[in-house]
Design a protein around this ligand. Structure first.
Ligand code: AP5
Ligand code: MG
Length: 212
């Protein structure tokens, strides 16, 4: 299964990808996580991507496509994968096709801008391992401490309110056109992402099992 999770920033792509990849036993590939790791390690890619990410802008297609191609060539992706945060522009979707990668399904997690703004303000991420939580909806067991590694949980740099609004503007302009792109290919399944985490997971799994 080669799956794409589409959706606005904060729609819950990463949260759902983490659960679904265990059910399907395929890796979740998050370009956001890969880029944050590169920034943390100050690799050449990380240095080039950092200022775009902090402003909430997209990293140039060429850099992200090269990074993703290298990741998909790794052995664990041979049986399939879940893409979280890629493609985000039409040229990125076209690049997947040019690489000969045939996507089976695209799930669009639909959440309103108002709900997203609320979710982002409560999100906390572990500064060591990147695990993601929410103060109200997915709290850590001990306040401010990552359940997985004991690291400190903090507000993501690009979750400042002004940056969230910029990310939403960019999403509507550059990423939303992909909904039509994949609808025309009969690959699109829309999942209402407003419900709680477990209901959204159940709906996503139903969409995966639905007859194409
Ligand atoms: P990326 O990390 O991909 O950020 P994003 O798309 O903006 O998405 P988020 O990770 O913010 O949200 P999410 O949908 O994963 O939601 P989550 O599950 O955390 O990208 C970051 C940056 O990297 C970009 O801005 C760009 O600069 C760059 N980049 C990445 N990919 C790129 C690409 N392909 N091209 C160019 N640049 C790229 O959920 C959000 C919060 O809500 C959490 O706190 C969660 O606990 C909570 N939550 C989730 N679901 C629910 C629910 N059902 N009910 C209540 N709370 C919920
Ligand atoms: Mg994410």
């Amino acid at each position: 299964m080669k799956l794409i999770l589409l959706g606005a920033p904060g729609a819950g792509k990463g949260t759902q990808a983490e659960v679904i990849c265990q059910r399907l036993n395929i890796p979740a590939v998050s370009t956001g996580n890969l880029l944050r790791e590169a920034v943390k390690n100050q690799t050449e890619l990380g240095k080039a991507a950092q200022s775009y990410m902090e402003k909430g802008e997209l990293v140039p297609d060429e850099l992200v496509i090269r990074m993703l191609q290298a990741r998909l060539e790794e052995a664990d992706c041979a049986q399939g994968f879940i893409l979280d945060g890629f493609p985000r522009t039409v040229p990125q979707a076209e690049a997947l096709e040019q690489l000969g990668i045939r996507i089976d399904r695209v799930i669009d997690l639909e959440v309103s801008d108002e709900e997203i703004t609320q979710r982002m303000s409560g999100r906390r991420v572990c500064e060591s391992c990147g695990a993601s939580y929410h103060l109200a909806f997915k709290p850590t067991r001990a306040a401010g401490v990552c359940d997985k590694c004991g690291g400190k949980t903090v507000l993501r740099k690009d979750d400042q309110p002004e940056t969230v609004q910029e990310r939403l503007r960019i999403y509507h302009r550059q990423t939303e056109p992909l909904i039509d792109y994949y609808r025309k290919q009969n690959k699109l399944y829309t999942v209402n992402g407003h419900s709680d985490l477990a209901v959204t997971t159940a709906r996503t799994l139903e969409a995966l099992e639905a007859q194409a």
